[in-house]
Design a protein around this ligand. Sequence first.
Ligand SMILES: Cc1ncc(COP(=O)(O)O)c(C=O)c1O
Length: 407
Amino acid sequence: MAIPSNRPDQEITADVGGQANVEALHRVSRDFRSDTLTIPTDAQLLFALKASRGDDVYGEDPSTTALERRIAKLTGKEAAMFAVSGTMTNQLAIRTHMKQPPHSVITDYRAHVHKMEAGGIAMFSQATTHQLFPENGLHLTADDIEPALMLGNNIHIAPTKLICLENTLSGIIFPQDEVVKIGELAKKHGIGMHLDGARIWNPICDSLTELLAPFDSASLCLSKGIGAPIGSAIVGSREFIERAKWFRKAFGGGIRQSGGIAASAEYALDNHFPRLAETHRLARRLEEGLKELGCGILAPVDTNMVFFQPQKIGLSLDAVMARLAALPDPIIVGRERCVLHHQTSPQAVEDFIACVRDMKEALQANGKGSVDKGQVNGDEKEKIDKYTQPKGKTTEAELRKQAALGY
Ligand SMILES: Cc1ncc(COP(=O)(O)O)c(C=O)c1O
């Protein structure tokens, strides 16, 4: 049996994982649609073989319990609960916060919890979602939220019971000082705070404990950048997690012999999490290469996502996507959002840039096309000035044009 390699492109061998999976890994290394597309490696599944095989619905699976304890400790919360998906952990956490209608949840209008979870908040928590537009175009602020709070006993309103933030959103890191201010506002009014931290692993220079301190609960996906095949965790107080377990059972989300999937996630924490810095470096390389060619970059590249606009050099997005997909070794892109992950190959990034360069040169050879100067990253204020146009009130239509869509 071949020894699993440490090189991402050799982590599945024909001997261990089978030729079809070697080829699948190669395809994933050139697929920029999402960081959910990563596939389990040979070593990860071999590690999972050794996991305990107890029944976690009875609380009797040591591998799952160990993972939950580790995540609770990493995030500075009392307890954690493992479940199958980020949608489930978000919806379970929200349901656990919400006690009795009428009640409402404040979110960013792009938030996954309200936009991409099949209306789960209305379905499971019987709550109204109050979606706000960030005035600065990038992230909500306490100033955006305060006037939107539904407070008091007026029988016409659905009182705000929860503020739900997302970090990262469109790959953008939520400034922590603003999160702290929003947390203080919530506390002042007895409102809960939940974080959709599907990609909270990405702001790697900060401790998770600090990032999560303003939140009563958070959902952390293990199957996105971290590269577990399945899984997400909720963290919170012991009492909160005990109540969430009740709802997990009611949702049909208890997993019996969950040890193998918990161990795959444990492996990902040890072996894939440390690779995020390299993923971010590759994202910056893609940004830089596309920017040098004159493409627009529509949102700050803080982590693993690059939103690009080839229209700025006279190329349509459809044409670029079609050409990338038609390369001898195809590259797949899901419109303007390019997501990188620990299995993205550096060669794919170079091939991507080279393909856009070829298209631009062909266009110029035909005497068509225009090239604008690119943009550079800056600090928080510069970012806001740079990526939010026009100034003043930001509308959904304008944000959509900028492609900071939050999907
Ligand atoms: C920000 C965010 N939250 C939650 C989820 C839901 O995760 P899952 O697909 O595991 O249900 C996603 C999925 O992509 C996401 O991007």
